[in-house]
Design a binder for this molecule. Structure first.
Ligand SMILES: NC(=O)c1ccc[n+]([C@@H]2O[C@H](COP(=O)([O-])OP(=O)(O)OC[C@H]3O[C@@H](n4cnc5c(N)ncnc54)[C@H](OP(=O)(O)O)[C@@H]3O)[C@@H](O)[C@H]2O)c1
Length: 294
């Protein structure tokens, strides 16, 4: 398998390149933003040539800034993905596009199926939906959308590294307890993306939408308590609060729990439980570590 990873310098992209390094049978081209800016359609077209699979981990990921700069965010998350899908169609490559729970309304009470109608509630979600729809439309036989959410990992700033940083400077942390989701280790997702790419090439995975989040569900408050416990810190330093106390430019969904029904048809199990995965992440050679706190 000849794989091109775009956005290879990001949190997920770096894990994906690390995971692929463990597969000597696959040839990997890792393209950071400096190497391939996905908004440069000519550069993308040239980069895709000679690859069987493209995994696009590049994105505008500043959700709050997207509210003020929707066109710029959509240029990366929507328009550039459209061009990327066209290039994949022209070169006969499969495309695995990373997307987000934010394309959904976030007001459900049971896990979202992959075919639930989309209804993004913020600008970032609208831009990512443009990308999703282009992949499905332009690559009906070779387009894969993997929605993820609540990602944490070793490389880059994320919720887990942020609370670890805050734990070093504050006695108590007030964390929202009214948003539900599925914390997902980027390294676990990276493994799943490789498995999906292999299944796609072997004709075992139907194109379309998959949900790449860990199983189970929790809240940011419970996640923070779990992180504290794994770090040997007192979880009672974490106190529950509500989203109303932390207004942000981009609205956040209250319920971001995704169902995993489509993996079985590709011969793959759902991703593992979020808490077991968090334990693995902290036991790994490169656990999440305290990040810079603004
Ligand atoms: N993190 C989450 O919780 C989360 C949740 C839902 C979905 N996702 C999706 O998961 C995927 C991976 O996210 P992540 O957490 O790994 O994000 P990340 O750490 O912010 O990585 C994104 C990467 O994309 C690069 N990039 C931005 N604009 C680009 C462009 N025009 N051309 C090429 N590269 C560009 C960034 O480079 P610079 O750093 O130089 O800007 C960065 O290296 C994205 O599709 C994201 O939307 C993430």
């Amino acid at each position: 398998m000849r794989v091109l990873v775009t956005g290879a310098g990001g949190m997920l992209g770096r894990d994906l390149v690390d995971v692929l390094a463990g597969y000597p049978e696959h040839t990997v081209t890792a393209a950071t933003r400096a190497e391939v800016d996905i908004t440069d359609a000519d550069a993308v077209h040239a980069a895709v040539a000679g690859h069987d699979v493209v995994v696009n981990a590049a994105a505008w990921t500043d959700v709050d800034a997207a509210e003020q700069h929707e066109a710029a965010a959509t240029a990366v998350n929507g328009d550039a993905v459209t061009d990327l899908a066209r290039s994949c169609a022209a070169h006969g490559a499969r495309l695995i596009q990373l997307s987000t729970d934010y394309v959904l309304a976030g007001d459900a009470t049971a896990p979202y199926r992959e075919d639930t109608p989309t209804a993004p509630l913020n600008a970032y979600g609208r831009g990512k939906l443009v990308g999703e729809q282009a992949v499905i439309r332009l690559l009906p036989d070779a387009g894969y959308v993997v929605r993820t959410a609540w990602l944490y990992g070793t490389h880059g700033r994320n919720f887990v590294t942020t609370v670890l940083g805050l734990a070093e400077r504050r006695e108590f942390l007030d964390v929202v307890d009214d948003q539900r989701g599925q914390p997902t280790w980027s390294y676990t997702l990276a493994h799943r993306l490789v498995a999906l790419a292999e299944a796609a090439l072997a004709g075992r995975a139907a194109p379309g939408v998959y949900h790449g989040t860990c199983s189970g569900e929790t809240t940011w408050y419970e996640l923070t308590r779990a992180v504290f416990a794994l770090r040997g810190l007192d979880p009672d330093r974490v106190r529950p609060t509500t989203s109303a106390r932390f207004p942000r430019p981009a609205p956040r969904p209250a319920y971001s729990v995704l169902g995993h029904g489509r993996w079985a048809a590709a011969g793959l199990p759902p991703l593992p439980d979020w808490h077991a995965t968090l334990v693995d992440a902290f036991a790994s050679p490169a656990p999440p570590s305290p990040g810079k706190v603004a």
